[in-house]
Design a protein around this ligand. Structure first.
Ligand SMILES: NC(=O)C1=CN([C@@H]2O[C@H](COP(=O)(O)OP(=O)(O)OC[C@H]3O[C@@H](n4cnc5c(N)ncnc54)[C@H](O)[C@@H]3O)[C@@H](O)[C@H]2O)C=CC1
Ligand SMILES: N[C@@H](CC=O)C(=O)O
Length: 345
């Protein structure tokens, strides 16, 4: 039986849901794929660090709280010893799920580099390192003979990247447009029901959809990262997030959404990219008032959808959850399964 040891860097909503998922699914993973997962280290800015080579005590670590001494009370330390843990704990896979920093990707980008340089597989839901440095990280992974997987960086657990990479063989993708942020889509829907922006954002936070700083959701920075990731992965681009012209939804008011509804329109934050005749890619993020029969107009709540414009099939649309703790935890699990399958194929 194979057992993969995991080190979790960042222990917020997604990582907690991931740990709970492992507890529930370990027997099925063994039966279905022939491996088990064991978390041997966790670090978190607010909780500190804990290492347990035989596996952490799941109820204990889930109950840890900054107010009750965090991981120190369980025999760990008060500080997040990310660098030491990534380098020295005998983990097979590092799971990076700290805050996304849309500007320079740090400190997550360093966590990713440390993991790969120390010969560990890396899975992440963190959009910063993927959007800003995927090419570098992939090269590092290849050089070290390890895997770098990041399905959760776009559309949380909905496997849009892997699906397109594996199933669109022989198709030319000319471009795509999509709703790629769960929070802003949820907020626009709540505003259509008459809620103000602040109250709608508070709801999105409590449901685990929003970024630690929800400005990234509302100002389009989060979608900008996802557009860059999709354009680079699926259109073969080399876009930096700054190449994606971006406008968010903060200028929209409940009056705007109500007026649009009267006209048979619905505001959506749309991220898109398209090949240009000169061989480049033009990409943008902007709110658009879509007619109700538009294929993206009916995508509601924290759901996301992306429609690929293909040469042989025309538009092919993938939709599913775009945010959520459990949904994103599933993305991490799907990455781990992909690593196992690639190693055992
Ligand atoms: N929640 C969602 O629906 C989705 C989240 N993501 C991404 O997944 C990542 C995790 O998301 P959530 O768990 O929802 O966020 P969260 O804010 O609940 O958790 C992040 C955790 O990372 C910890 N952290 C921050 N900086 C750290 C550092 N330097 N060292 C150690 N720990 C650190 C924080 O203390 C916090 O507990 C983020 O990058 C987010 O953008 C991606 C797709 C969907
Ligand atoms: N805050 C993001 C989380 C997933 O990437 C969103 O709302 O889409």
């Amino acid at each position: 039986m194979t057992c993969y040891n995991l080190a979790l860097i960042g222990f917020g909503g997604v990582s907690r849901a991931f740990l709970e998922l492992l507890e529930k699914r370990n027997d099925e993973l063994l039966e279905q794929f022939g491996f088990r997962l064991r978390v041997v280290a966790i670090t978190d800015l607010r909780l500190g660090s804990i290492v347990a080579e035989e596996g952490v005590d799941v109820p204990d670590v889930l109950a840890a709280d900054p107010g009750n001494g965090g991981f120190r009370r369980l025999g760990g330390s008060t500080d997040a010893r990310n660098k030491w843990i990534i380098h020295h704990v005998p983990a097979d896979i590092v799971v990076e799920a700290t805050f996304t920093n849309p500007l320079d990707g740090e400190p997550a980008l360093s966590h990713c580099r440390w993991a790969l340089r120390s010969g560990k597989h890396l899975v992440t839901t963190n959009k910063g390192p993927v959007a800003l440095a995927a090419a570098e990280l992939k090269a590092l992974a290849a050089q070290q003979g390890v895997a770098f997987e990041f399905e959760g960086a776009v559309m949380s657990g909905t496997p849009v990247i892997r699906l397109a990479e594996r199933m669109f063989g022989g198709l030319e993708i000319q471009g795509f447009e999509g709703i790629l942020n769960g929070t802003s889509n949820f907020v626009l829907g709540r505003m259509e029901s008459g809620l103000d922006l602040g109250a709608a954002v508070r709801e999105a936070r409590s449901l685990g959809y929003a970024e630690a700083d929800p400005t990234a959701d509302l100002e389009g920075h989060d979608v900008r990262l996802k557009v860059a990731v999709l354009a680079n992965e699926l259109l073969g681009g080399a876009l930096a997030p700054d190449d994606v012209a971006t406008t968010g939804i903060t200028a929209l008011t409940p009056a705007d959404t109500a007026k649009a509804a009267e006209q048979g329109l619905r505001w959506k934050l749309v991220g898109s990219a398209r090949r240009t005749p000169g061989g480049g890619i033009s990409a943008q993020v902007a709110p658009r008032a879509l007619p109700l029969n538009h294929h993206l107009a009916g995508v509601s709540g924290a759901a996301n959808a992306v429609s690929f414009d293909t040469d042989l099939l025309g538009p092919v649309t993938v939709s599913g959850p775009g945010a959520g703790r459990v949904e994103t935890a599933y993305a991490l699990l799907s990455d781990v399964i992909a690593i196992h399958e690639s190693r055992t194929r």
